[in-house]
Design a protein around this ligand. Structure first.
Ligand code: ZN
Length: 390
């Protein structure tokens, strides 16, 4: 953690001025903690035993002395993103509020793939640390120097570029025959290339029956096209496998509106209905993005001074460790596999017992290597190593 947050700079030049906040069981916040070295951090942590640790900004003075300086202000911090399933409640049919299940988790890998792509390809960021929040969301810490040095306006600009959906479930995609921004095309292509999207279509039952698909077809601005699709949808009844109605209807839309998919089918000699009229050319993209594009909590990203839970904290209500996640394989990430504090305690006891004869002082730090946490620490170490070598 110290190596990451030092970014290869001398402690007095950087990490001395980083704010840590300790949060206790009664929600009491102890802000503006700062540490001179790992040892001091470790000692204070053992002494205070906070329930949660938040990481804040790097200030112009040491945070613990903040009262001494009238010009005390935040200078740098990682650009952070927070995605939480509660922001999907309008389109989530399986759960709501604090509840979540494997069906609605599918929005998270989709969000990670889309944002990871856009942050790397459209902004050129390289050092992205994705961290499971411990319950029903994910955080991203963009740690490139240029991202850390962004001021609030810069953060706002990036967050606005990446925000497509506003609070009222509205989407900033031109519905008419307007050319679309490359960001919208790329986000759409990424989403429809993922298996998780078709699974979402099936599991959320968006096309299961007329009352479900009606609000979706309303996004289509051409009434005649809407009627045609409605008729096509109604003609499909044979639900030979559970959920296949939704999938078949989704594929009707894809065959009609997805230019790239149409080109592929035409190449292989398939006969297709004529392409959509200009008035509803962007209908499919508007639907896909409205129902699957990442819903960002923009406030978290825009403030340089925003506190965010540190990686490796234990989520107070689930006991899950907030572990780093590999965006390349996030579709295989399962919350049930995440190390939980009670399981870790059991694992550690076993390791300690089996190594009781050996030199304890030297081995203590490496005990985690024999627990289910090890894989995630290796992921984190790879991220820190890439930073170091850049
Ligand atoms: Zn759910």
């Amino acid at each position: 953690m110290f190596e990451w947050l030092s970014y290869g700079l001398k402690p007095q030049d950087y990490i001395f001025r980083r704010e840590f906040a300790f949060i206790f069981e009664d929600d009491a916040y102890l802000r503006y903690q700062s540490f001179k070295n790992e040892h001091e951090f470790r000692t204070q942590l053992s002494k205070s035993q906070p329930f949660k640790i938040d990481i804040g900004a790097v200030f112009n003075h040491e945070p613990r002395d903040h009262k001494k300086f009238t010009d005390f202000r935040a200078q740098e911090r990682e650009l952070v993103f927070d995605i939480d399933l509660t922001d999907y409640d309008i389109i989530r049919n399986c759960c709501e509020g604090a509840n979540m299940c494997s069906k609605c988790w599918r929005w998270i890998p989709i969000a990670v793939k889309v944002l990871d792509f856009l942050l790397r390809e459209h902004f050129g960021f390289k050092h992205l640390l994705w961290v499971f929040s411990g319950r029903r969301g994910i955080h991203c810490w963009v740690s490139d120097e240029v991202a850390r040095k962004l001021n609030n306006e810069g953060r706002m600009a990036v967050a606005e570029y990446l925000s497509l959906i506003s609070g009222e479930n509205k989407i900033g995609v031109g519905r008419k025959n307007e050319p679309l921004h490359a960001m919208i095309e790329d986000a759409y292509d990424t989403i429809v290339s993922l298996d998780d999207f078709e699974k979402l279509v099936i599991e959320q039952g968006w096309f299961e029956n007329e009352s479900k698909w009606e609000p979706i077809l309303k996004i289509c601005d051409d009434l005649q096209t809407r009627d045609e699709i409605n008729a096509q949808f109604s003609a499909i009844n044979d639900d030979d496998a559970k959920g296949s109605l939704s999938l078949k209807r989704w594929r009707i839309l894809k065959r009609r509106f997805d230019e790239k998919f149409r080109a592929k089918l035409e190449k292989s000699g398939e006969k297709l209905l004529p392409p959509p009229v200009p008035e509803c050319k962007n209908f499919l993209k508007a639907f896909v993005l409205l129902y699957a594009y990442p819903r960002l909590d923009v406030n978290v990203s825009t403030g340089i001074n925003h506190l965010l839970k540190s990686p490796f904290c234990i989520h107070p209500s689930t006991g899950n460790v907030a572990v780093p996640v590999n965006p390349k394989t996030i579709e295989r990430f399962k919350i049930s596999d995440v190390p939980r504090v009670d399981k870790l305690v059991t694992e550690l006891k076993k390791v300690v017992k089996s190594s009781e004869d050996t030199d304890k002082e030297n081995r203590k730090i490496l005990y985690y290597k024999h627990t289910s946490l090890n894989h995630y620490i290796e992921l984190f170490e790879a991220f820190v190593k890439n930073l170091r070598e850049d």
